[in-house]
Design a protein around this ligand. Structure first.
Ligand code: SAM
Length: 293
């Protein structure tokens, strides 16, 4: 257990700490710190932690979430980019003997090596009140890696959460929906207004739980081809699927081949990428793989 200190969800305490260490909030790093205990506990509950769990936290800030994670889990490895926050973290995490702080950019660090060093082969959970400016790259990095994470609980911009969980035929449906749903089962756990942060951002947020799937929901012969097809189809949203797929750079795949492939998959070439379900993307990718064999 971490030592009892003044609650970090108190705006007065946060301001006092920042002032005492002469640190200002850096907007460019997405520094909006959580000041709502209810939302904080919702993140902890969504992570379903027990004393055996090991957690990778992204963006420790002044340690608000880190402390609660440390009180619920076996080990917390917390990454924070901003060196200026480390003297504060040393104070707020004093006595949290199960926290390892890592200074660095989560997108540049060798996360595989970090995970191997601290967790070995153990499945771990990723938790973070993510800086908005890197939400998608961070999510994609974990999704596309072979890292043995079992779940992610992330606070993201509400619109991004809606895109992650969107289904075909809706305006929010896109590449992110497919990538997230291919690897995980996403669920919006709670929506949080901007005033749960100091300073408040311009947008609302949502907590999303992503449970890693043991297997993708559709059979895909070659994930690289599958994601190429998805990327091409959403690359030019207003085009029909046939025209959008002409951007695919696959040897021997011309417009006629694409027409034949769509026919074989029972897909109307006039449909748009946003109308096609994940299964239809899998059908197209698998048909193209067969073509190129
Ligand atoms: N966890 C704290 C909380 O809930 O109050 C802070 C969350 S704040 C939204 C995001 C944190 O991520 C900031 O402390 C910021 O400095 C840090 N951060 C921003 N970019 C980062 C990066 N590329 N790698 C690691 N941390 C980053």
């Amino acid at each position: 257990m971490c030592k009892d200190i003044q609650p970090l969800t108190s705006p007065r305490v946060v301001k006092e700490l920042m002032a005492r260490y002469g640190v200002n909030f850096k907007k460019s790093l997405g520094q909006n710190f959580l000041i709502d205990r209810n939302i904080l506990m919702k993140i902890i509950q969504a992570a379903e932690l027990d004393r055996q769990d090991v957690v990778l936290e992204i963006g420790a800030g002044i340690g608000t979430l880190t402390r609660e994670l440390a009180n619920a889990a076996k080990l917390v490895v917390a990454i924070e980019i901003d060196k200026r926050l480390f003297p504060i973290l040393n104070e707020t995490l004093a006595g949290c003997s199960n926290v390892e702080l890592i200074q660095g950019d989560v997108l540049k660090l060798d996360v595989k090596q970090l995970v191997q060093k601290y967790f070995g082969q153990r499945p771990f959970k990723v938790v973070g009140n993510l800086p908005y400016y890197i939400t998608t790259p961070v999510l994609m990095m974990f999704l596309e890696s072979n890292l043995p994470f079992e779940a992610m609980v992330v606070m993201v911009q509400k619109e991004v959460a809606q895109r992650m969980t969107a289904v075909a035929g809706t305006k929010d449906y896109g590449m992110l929906s497919i990538a997230v749903q291919y690897y995980t089962c996403p669920e919006i756990v709670a929506v949080a207004s901007a005033n749960v942060f100091i300073p408040p951002p311009k947008v609302d947020s949502a907590i999303v739980l992503l449970r890693k799937r043991p297997n993708p929901p559709v059979h895909v012969q070659d994930p690289t081809v599958f994601f190429k097809v998805v990327k091409a189809a959403f690359g030019q949203r207003r085009k029909t699927v046939l025209n959008a797929l002409t951007a695919l750079e696959m040897e021997g795949v011309d417009k006629q081949k694409l027409q034949d492939m769509l026919k074989k998959c029972n897909i109307d070439p006039k449909m748009r990428g946003e109308d096609l379900a994940i299964q239809q993307y899998a059908d197209m990718a698998n048909a193209l793989c067969l073509e190129s064999q």
